[in-house]
Design a protein around this ligand. Structure first.
Ligand SMILES: Cc1cc2nc3c(=O)[nH]c(=O)nc-3n(C[C@H](O)[C@H](O)[C@H](O)COP(=O)(O)OP(=O)(O)OC[C@H]3O[C@@H](n4cnc5c(N)ncnc54)[C@H](O)[C@@H]3O)c2cc1C
Length: 396
């Protein structure tokens, strides 16, 4: 993308110069007409204010022709691993990927990047992969975006998959957008539903838009591959088939020396129950009233045998608890067996992150709170009284 200036139309009014956040526009001394420098990011802020339409953002389209598209076949899942452990989101994507690949009549492949991680391939086969591409390289030992995107882009350019899926985790989000740019593909982040149009070979990517008020179905008809990220817990894990195998392709790649070097990996969540993978979650909202009252939730969590603590964005924004705990559209998507919402009103942005929970229990003093619309069990009352009674009952 680049900013294009029509000097015949430009009147030298300077409106664009005033709004440019990057000081990328200057006016010529001789006639005041505008010039752009290398600081321009093509953000488009100037285009909106130009009163005479002299500015435009030009998109350099690299569309893939129908013949070229036919060369792209197969569905790939990025198999995220941390310290050699394949992350659950990879299995969840393989489950959904299997369904979509079967509909399209193509192979399902997993891509495993790291160092000394080849052993992880067997679990990927058992969860449905027909092929596993492995890139084993010291530069991939600890995750950084640069070598990961370099390796993934090289594989995509060589093998041409038509669909690439990755988890919308900090790692998946961190490098897959770079890959999309490097291979000139489209990318839809945070999908909540996927399907395929078999006839047109399109990935139908559904995700919340406009603050969660509508569900948009996004397609990418002109570019390949079609790429999407999906949050953990959106799809269920398939049942693994013990002993199932497939084709292992170990790809020897030469990667550039990365600019960013990882000196140490610190697990800040070591002593915390991870809300994203928890089977039981007790969530506190603004109704808790103060950060100290999260201690009461911690007691309830303990009485439940070690539940994770979740939080609404209101509680996080108030600084009562860290954003690691936030559930919802801009937090984690969770799918626990039991979700107990305490003093959470149930706005749509919260609900999209937890409404797939098996059983939802809501405690709220307002009988009309929207949370009761998704709750399996609703308790109308003061949360402080109800939680104390629950703890007593659980201890009994
Ligand atoms: C783009 C965008 C993204 C967002 N992402 C998220 C997100 O990821 N997660 C999220 O949670 N929100 C998100 N929000 C914010 C969301 O819209 C709500 O503002 C937020 O969820 C409200 O949090 P809450 O339910 O804790 O607070 P409130 O809406 O203020 O509700 C507090 C509830 O507590 C009840 N209550 C008060 N005292 C008691 C008591 N003593 N006993 C029992 N009940 C009591 C009240 O009746 C009320 O229902 C997002 C908003 C936007 C615009």
């Amino acid at each position: 993308m680049a900013l294009k200036i029509d000097l015949d139309l430009c009147t030298g009014c300077g409106a664009c110069v005033a709004v440019c956040p990057f000081c990328a526009l200057t006016q010529r001394a001789e006639d005041g007409k505008v010039e752009v420098n290398e600081a321009c990011t093509a953000c488009g802020a100037c285009v909106e204010v130009c009163p005479v339409g002299a500015l435009a953002i030009e998109v350099a389209e690299r569309q893939v022709s129908a013949e070229e598209q036919a060369a792209y076949r197969g569905l790939w899942v990025f198999a995220e691993q941390r310290a050699g452990r394949i992350q659950e989101v990879a299995f969840e994507l393989l489950g959904e990927g299997r369904r979509l690949a079967d509909k399209l009549g193509v192979e399902l492949s997993a891509v495993l990047l790291g160092h000394q991680i080849q052993a992880g391939a067997s679990a990927l086969f058992e969860h449905g992969a027909d092929k596993v591409y492995v890139v084993d390289h010291p530069a991939l030992a600890a995750y950084t975006a640069e070598p990961y995107s370099e390796a993934m882009s090289a594989l995509i350019k060589k093998y041409k998959p038509e669909i690439v899926l990755a988890g919308a985790t900090s790692i998946g989000r961190g490098f897959i957008a770079r890959v999309a740019i490097q291979v000139s593909a489209g990318l839809t982040a945070d999908c909540t539903e996927l399907d395929v149009d078999v006839e047109k070979r399109l990935l139908l990517q559904t995700r919340p838009a406009f603050g969660g008020n509508i569900m948009a179905c996004i397609i990418c008809p002109d570019h390949r591959p079609q790429m999407a990220t999906v949050r953990p817990k959106v799809f269920k894990q398939p049942t693994p088939v013990a002993g199932r195998t497939g084709e292992l392709i170990v790809e020897p790649l030469t990667l550039k020396d990365p600019v960013v070097k990882v000196l140490e990996v610190v697990n800040a969540m070591e002593n915390e129950v991870n809300v994203a993978g928890a089977e039981f979650i007790v969530t506190g909202g603004r109704g808790l009233g103060s950060p100290e009252n999260f201690k009461l939730l911690a007691e309830l969590a303990e009485a439940l045998g070690g539940a994770a603590i979740g939080a609404s964005r209101a509680a996080v924004d108030a600084g009562w608890i860290s954003s690691f705990h936030q559930v919802g559209q801009t937090g984690k998507t969770v799918r626990p067996k039991i979700y107990i919402a305490c003093g959470v009103s149930g706005q749509i942005q919260h609900l999209v992150g937890m409404n797939s929970s098996d059983t939802i229990i809501a405690i709220n003093k307002d009988p009309d709170a929207p949370i009761f619309g998704v709750a399996d069990i609703g308790i109308v009352g003061d949360l402080f009284q109800v939680i104390l009674e629950l703890i007593k009952a659980l201890k009994r």
